[in-house]
Design a protein around this ligand. Structure first.
Ligand code: CUA
Length: 327
């Protein structure tokens, strides 16, 4: 959950306040187009005023024809060709390789599955890639962490419906399409907290399918990465842990270091370290986790997770307290 007041809210999610190299290119292109559009509009207005007010009489045929050919055919062709050429040069940056870190992102209904890989090549979604040894490989969800000043490759995919991955402060949007892996390179330039969204209607909770993006300085990011790659520090005498295992939560969720190895829902190994629960909808605390477990569809309509409101309150509270403690 992102807390912002007044002006700072715009900073979280504005394509015109770029915090990434790609978004900066897009913003520059926008300002060039805006300036060009204003200039052409002023020229048109000037021509209209000239024809109606300054020289309203009959115009020489030959002059008029020349004016139409240069102003109506040649000028637009040149301007559009120049803008197209400039736009195409920007594409090469989007396709350049990254600096080593790869993150596979899958659009689920309605959350984001993240898989971090460092120190190897290839698409994190391919079978061979999954079997290859990696310095770092772990799953996470709904909170994207990026190092400032490094180029990170994202591999975007969806198992069922089309989503669109968009962090306006970082780069342009790109679709997540079943049966296809799209690649996007992000180069964050400014540490901070930003907001990403799903920009393609994908179902009931499309509107709340957002995520937090946390950009930190390199060292801090490496610390975070190491910590997230580790298993959960576990207290197996915790009543919440026992209730979690006894009620079958591990069939859908993974908590590394336990027998919970489900792959259907989000990985919960370090849930307590995230800023929010329910895809950036609720502040991350035991009360909200309990609320989500009891009635997930009240928080996020259309969610695949069944409601567990039938469990005794003390079990739900214990599970929530245990999950909150998974730092
Ligand atoms: Cu996912 Cu809209």
């Amino acid at each position: 959950m992102l807390e912002c007041v007044g002006e700072s809210c715009a900073n979280l999610q504005s394509a015109l306040l770029p915090a990434g190299a790609e978004a900066a290119d897009v913003a520059t292109l926008f300002w060039i187009l805006a300036a060009g559009a204003i200039l052409i509009w002023l020229m048109l207005l000037g021509t209209a005023v000239y024809a109606v007010r300054v020289d309203p009489g009959k115009h020489d045929q030959r002059h008029a024809r020349r004016f139409i050919i240069w102003g109506g055919v040649a000028l637009p062709t040149l301007v559009l060709a120049a803008v197209l050429g400039y736009g195409l040069t920007l594409l090469t940056d989007f396709r350049a390789p990254g600096d080593g870190l790869r993150i596979a992102v899958s659009g689920e209904r309605f959350w984001w599955r993240l898989r971090y890989h460092a120190g190897d090549k290839g698409s994190p979604w391919s079978e061979t890639f999954a079997e290859a040894p990696h310095d770092i490989a772990f799953d996470s969800a709904n909170e994207l962490h990026l190092p400032a000043g490094e180029r990170v490759e994202l591999y975007l995919y969806s198992p069922d419906v089309i989503h669109s991955f968009w962090i306006p402060s970082m780069a342009g949007k790109i679709d997540m399409i079943p049966g296809r892996v799209n690649r996007l390179v992000l180069e964050p330039t400014r540490p901070g907290v930003y907001r990403g969204v799903c920009a393609e209607f994908c179902g009931t909770s499309h509107g709340v399918m957002a995520f937090d993006v946390i950009v930190s300085p390199r060292d801090q990011f490496q610390q975070w990465l190491k910590h997230q790659a580790s298993s959960a520090s576990l207290d197996d005498s915790h009543s919440g842990f026992r209730a979690f295992m006894a009620n079958g939560c591990g069939a859908c969720h993974s908590v590394r270091g336990t027998d919970a190895r489900g792959r259907v829902g989000p990985d919960l190994t370090h849930l307590g370290s995230r800023r929010s629960v329910g895809t950036s909808l609720l502040a991350n605390n035991a009360e909200n986790i309990a609320r989500f477990i009891a009635e997930p569809a009240h928080v996020k309509p259309g969610v695949a997770m069944p409601a567990f409101g039938m469990l005794p309150d003390k079990d739900i509270e214990a599970i929530a307290a245990w999950l909150e403690g998974l730092q």
